[in-house]
Design a protein around this ligand. Sequence first.
Ligand code: KG4
Ligand code: ZN
Length: 352
Amino acid sequence: MKILGIETSCDETAAAVVEDGHRLLSNVVASSMNLHVKYGGVVPEIAARSHIEVIMPVINQALDQANCTWDDIDGIGVTYGAGLGGSLLIGVMTARTLAITLNKPLYAINHVEAHVYANFLTDTPLPGYQLPAAQPAFPMLAIIVSGGHSQLVLFKDHFDYEILGRTQDDAVGEAFDKVAKILGLPYPGGPSVSAEALEGNPKAYKLPTAKMSKYDFSFSGLKTAVLRLAQSEIGEGYDFPSMKLSERLSEIQKANVAASFQYTAVQTIVDKAKLACEEYYPKSVVIAGGVAANTELRRQLKESLPLPVSLTDLKLCTDNGAMVATLACFKASLGQDQADPYSLDIQPNLSM
Ligand code: KG4
Ligand code: ZN
């Protein structure tokens, strides 16, 4: 069974073909990020316009790369939430139109769940992918860390999961993005803060961790602590504007702040994941979402968890169509409901 996955929830226009829920046949991602960088964040109208321009070329390229024609495709999966309304609409309307005109089953995919399913891809004829040798076993602990979500989820089986905890305010990726702004580093903040952190000492500053209930997170206090730290390092008060901080911080101060922030943010996640392993004895642990690409997170998880974490290729951590196609394969093979191509609507605030 071959499924085409379509993903347009944010700035990436992505499509991929996955076979039988484990074999990656193609993976095409066109990002409009270069158009958003100068605004310091994704501009929804620009993202939507860019999806319109590239979605059909991206889909056609995904079919070509997989050596497929439409006749070979058994179904279409599309992200219908969570995400930016205008962006989601382009993917969903395209998928609906294709499903109707080509008479293909349509599967409505939750973006956050899809991130988890990137970890089920185990083989590919495509060059340059490092995939795990086997699919994760249940019960599976999923550490979901992206720009919009931070949560710990225990999967007892496919489509049978319990949310152990989630962030009560900012997502961890959002905290990286905000700290990048304070330090004058480019958007998106995750990759730029982690690159900066390589030059710094993670123990240079002690930053606070929020006291939350067992598996819940909070990252907004940490972000504010970084702001206060930066203000005091340059000898200014709390009313000093955050936009002007980076001009006054020295290179080593910036690197130390980046490293200390990253260390603390990651430690919060790893501590809770460790606790969940001790309570629930999962047979596998996966990380999902853009922040799963973070090397400090991967390092600390390896050091602290009682079982190895199943890691997938960095290209499959950030938004892509392969994760959507993989989840759609499982929906199709396990008899989950199809979406109605005449009425499927977007759900920008969808949660798990
Ligand atoms: O999953 P994703 O591509 O989009 C959402 O669904 O949100 O995640 C994007 C987030 C951004 O906040 C970005 O800064 C963060 O993932 N990110 C990283 C890294 N690469 C991307 N955060 C930390 N370290 C990274 N290497
Ligand atoms: Zn995402």
